[in-house]
Design a protein around this ligand. Structure first.
Ligand code: ZN
Ligand code: MN
Length: 263
């Protein structure tokens, strides 16, 4: 069989031996959500999956199948549900799915798990999923299980943001389908990006509250919350480099001692 870091491409004896050897298991969590006129719906799944694959190759890890549906898209962070094609899970459903996958990995012996998130609205229900998994396992008998949870964009170095946005950074809260995501997609999956279809109708100017039961006209019609101008594959590689290096370092720091395997 081929050399792979993808959990689902292994036969069960290989899964068993890799887990027994202490392989960190990555669980990418994404979304199927509008990302402007210029990008595919799968950005929030493609990015954490690709990052997890790069990191897994460095640290001897495995990448579990990505959760392709995310917690409900919100207007101020994802454009919201008014755009055709966005498919959501409710928070409770999302938490239950992630909890069940974590429990399955634990049942098969995984003790080092990284939940790598690509969709803002997944943050709270992913935290709840991890808490529910520990509730189910029992806090006093988690048998050494450690779960890390992070959002890939939080590992971008501040200096890289300065290089990317010499004219000023609109802020991570407006980066949905904007320069950061578009650049990483251009680096990883350029065939899923069509910059010629991008519309420059941002940045969004949101009020400091959320509005339910009425539309959110502040969302730009394109679905891009900030801008795509300035996105490039080269910048995407800067970002991926930052995130991969920081995640490798985090894993070495958190998982170095206390690895499973022969004592
Ligand atoms: Zn996104
Ligand atoms: Mn999203």
């Amino acid at each position: 069989m081929i050399e792979t870091v993808l959990f689902a491409e292994l036969a069960w004896p290989q899964v068993a031996s890799r887990i027994a050897a202490g392989a960190p298991i990555f669980l990418p969590i994404g979304a199927t959500e509008q990302h402007g006129r210029h990008m595919a719906m799968n950005v929030d799944a493609v990015l954490p999956t690709a990052i997890a694959e790069r990191v897994a190759r460095r640290v001897g890890g495995l990448v579990a199948p990505t959760i392709p549906y995310g917690n409900r898209s919100q207007p101020k962070t994802g454009g919201g549900r008014a755009f055709p094609g966005t498919l959501d899970l409710t928070a409770a459903t999302f938490s239950a799915v992630v909890r069940d996958v974590l429990l399955g990995l634990f049942r098969h012996g995984a003790q080092r798990i990284v939940v790598l998130n690509g969709h803002y609205e997944n943050i709270s229900p992913a935290i709840e999923a991890i808490e529910l998994a520990f509730d189910a396992i029992g806090r006093d008998r988690a048998d050494g299980l450690i779960v890390l949870r992070l959002d890939h964009w939080d590992l971008i170095a501040p200096g890289t943001i300065d290089r990317m946005f010499p004219d000023g950074y609109p802020g991570i809260e407006l980066e949905h389908a904007s320069v950061i995501e578009t650049s990483m997609m251009l680096a990883l999956r350029p065939e899923l990006v069509d910059l010629a279809a991008a519309v420059d109708d941002g940045p969004a100017e949101f009020v400091r509250w959320e509005r339910y039961g009425a539309p959110t006209p502040e969302v730009p019609a394109s679905g891009v919350l900030s801008m795509t101008k300035g996105a490039s594959a080269e910048k995407g590689e800067w970002l991926l480099h930052d995130i991969v290096e920081a995640l490798v370092a985090a894993i070495e720091r958190e998982f170095a001692s206390n690895q499973r395997g022969p004592a």
